[in-house]
Ligand binder design. Structure first.
Ligand code: NAD
Length: 298
């Protein structure tokens, strides 16, 4: 496939190299030309502008910092992708972008009959280097099927999520969990270390415990999606007791834990609403009530 690739940073650089290795004919562009050295050595062509990178391409891929850069590269000035891309080509944005922005750009390209997909990736630089990324694709499903063989060159978990913007929504859900959990791990491990247990020992025990065995993620389809909160395996009142003991231990050790204290308030809310005898996963409903939406699925 003839591919135009724009944005050769930490993620885009190795992704574009993998596409070259997979035998695609690749034209590259970045505002920093030195980022393209390995690609040009590997046989890629250089384009001076996004429009030029798009000109001969059947597929245009972008891996840019965020919404502002994606918009500038897509439609900015006379050098945007939209001014070079052919009507039969597809533009897929691999950046972590705003669903609203990609939907708007999709609309602008659609007026010219050009297909746009959002295809954010997950797996970090190692995933980009080893072509083992997850790629979360939104947009027209037939267009997705057409370009999937090329996306298989950058990831081994390429999948269709739904209409335009759905990939970006899924990616934000993923990153919110990943980023939020890391801060929660930071609270828990600072509390644990300051309370006198070495980090390695804590890590081993967390890994051996239910959380480390992936139980929390498995609870989503088993409990939350089904609204199955009266099948109790760990009662909510016990979860509140445990979190209460943790926040108490943190106070004893002068460890600020803003996230854990907020979560404790949710558990207290659930108890106040009489959910204490239900499974601890029923605390999920406190956020569902706040948000006015249920997270259920078959
Ligand atoms: P990066 O900053 O390393 O790369 C972005 C590249 O875009 C740079 O080479 C920069 O020169 C280029 N660029 C910026 N503005 C440009 C413009 N107007 N025209 C042409 N080129 C331009 O960022 P990254 O870490 O490679 O991330 C790229 C995207 O992938 C981001 O949206 C990021 O959120 C997402 N992402 C990153 C990771 C990660 O682990 N780094 C993982 C998954 C997804």
């Amino acid at each position: 496939m003839r591919i135009g690739f724009i944005g050769l940073g930490n993620m885009g650089g190795p992704m574009a190299l993998n596409l070259i290795k997979a035998g695609h004919i690749v034209t590259v562009h970045d505002i920093r030309k030195n980022m393209a050295e390995a690609h040009l050595a590997g046989g890629a062509k250089w384009a001076e502008t996004p429009a030029d990178a798009a000109k001969e391409a059947e597929l245009v891929l972008t891996s840019l910092p965020g919404p502002r850069e994606v918009e500038a590269v897509a439609i900015g000035g006379e050098n945007g992708i939209i001014h070079g891309i052919s009507k039969t080509a597809v533009w897929a944005d691999l950046s972590t972008n705003s669903p609203t922005v990609i939907r708007r750009l999709h609309g602008i390209f659609a007026e010219k009959g050009i297909a746009v997909l959002d295809a954010p990736v997950s797996g970090g630089v190692p995933g980009a280097r080893n072509a083992t990324l997850a790629v979360m694709v939104g947009g027209d499903e037939q267009v997705y099927q057409r370009i999937k063989p090329a996306l298989d060159g950058i990831g081994d978990k390429v999948s269709y999520v739904g209409a335009i913007g759905a990939g970006a929504v899924a990616k934000l859900v993923h990153n919110m969990i990943a980023i939020g959990s890391m801060q929660l791990l930071a609270e828990a491990f600072t509390m644990g270390v300051k309370a006198g247990v070495p980090a390695e020992a804590l890590f081993t025990q967390v890994q051996n415990g239910a959380y480390g065995q992936g139980m929390l993620l498995r609870a989503l389809p088993r409990m939350i999606f089904k609204g199955n909160f009266d099948r109790v395996s760990f009662a909510l009142k016990l979860a509140r007791k445990d979190l209460g003991l943790a926040t108490e231990l943190a106070r004893e050790n002068n460890v600020p834990m803003p996230l854990a204290n907020l979560v404790e308030q949710d558990l207290l809310t659930a108890l106040a609403h009489g959910l204490g005898e239900l499974d601890s996963s029923a605390a999920f409903t406190v956020q569902e009530d706040r948000a006015g939406v249920k997270v259920r699925a078959s």
